[in-house]
Design a protein around this ligand. Sequence first.
Ligand SMILES: Nc1ncnc2c1ncn2[C@@H]1O[C@H](COP(=O)(O)OP(=O)(O)OP(=O)(O)O)[C@@H](O)[C@H]1O
Ligand SMILES: [Mg+2]
Length: 362
Amino acid sequence: MPGLRLDHVVKRYGTVEAVRGVTFSVPEGAFCAIVGPSGCGKSSVLRMIAGLEKVTEGAVFIDGRLANDIDPADRGLAMVFQDYALYQHMTVEQNLSFGLKVEHKSPDEVRERVDGTARVLALQDLLGRWPRALSGGEKQGVAVGRSIIRERDIVLFDEPMSNLDADLRATTRLEIAKLHRERCFTAVYVTSDQTEAMALADMVVVMRDGQIEQVGSPLDIYENPDTQFVAGFIGSPTMNFLPAVARGSRGGTVRVALSGLDASEITVPMQHPRLKPGTPLTLGIRPEHMTPANDTKFAIELDTEVTEQLGASCLIHARSQHGDPVAIKQKGFSPVRSGERLSFTFAPDKVRLFNEAGARLR
Ligand SMILES: Nc1ncnc2c1ncn2[C@@H]1O[C@H](COP(=O)(O)OP(=O)(O)OP(=O)(O)O)[C@@H](O)[C@H]1O
Ligand SMILES: [Mg+2]
């Protein structure tokens, strides 16, 4: 199974520089998700890997071979798009087997592959149906099946589920994960849904404005974001950001005070605590790391605005005395009511600090 490598890849459409020097590798058999806001260049990267767009500068390697000038059909890859264009005049079974018949596979092999693919994607009962008699999720399942039935080494997905509702996305996501585990292809999966990326991928590439912001495992990206942008993009609800100021640093720690909360300080561990007193910072803390404060030295007062009881957890949306929005996630049911003023605290090792340019301070 081949891996992939992009080396300083640039894509320009006329004067628009959509991809501005992107370098990353996907090991063979890995599931790589590319995430980022709309227009950041995700599809452009994918289409250059597929060979559907020419690389303006830099190199794309597939299985160690320079692929810039290889014809899309000879790259050994399959692609699944957002708009599942099924052949309307063919049944599900015919849609699935069409590509294999074009390749003149034997009837036995066609039968075997159709059965295998239908089994992993739970399409067995739909084989005789026409596309117009399928739900959106079922259509998307067939579209995925049709792309992967030819057993390509690399499968590229461009927001394959953006037309599906939340429930269907979750089910289809599971099918894709199963399929990947069974077939072990190398996957590159573009999505603007960070939950999907976190759930499916071994490695996540976060893009912003044509460039890579961070590459890492889902857990690493979540726990150790390199930038405030990544911290704010990954996680739902996202990390809370509060304006703060450095008070001084010593022996592997930095003392931080929140703006408008001058009386209390929190001492945050840091590897390189070289911050002048008075340096403005942004303090980041995830909603699930906020805990009710009882007699703790460091606490912030929050006015709750809305609470969402979700069953297994509760989301409290509140505002600091400084006016910053703060989300709190608690396990189970929370008796907190809207309009209450409450004190919260958090463990210093859960705090992430960012400088004014949005870079993580470690
Ligand atoms: N064929 C094209 N001609 C000109 N500009 C283009 C073309 N394709 C894309 N662009 C521009 O390049 C930038 C990146 O587009 P791209 O489609 O790669 O983004 P994306 O991250 O996939 O966005 P989305 O999440 O909305 O699909 C955008 O500013 C877009 O307008
Ligand atoms: Mg796109």
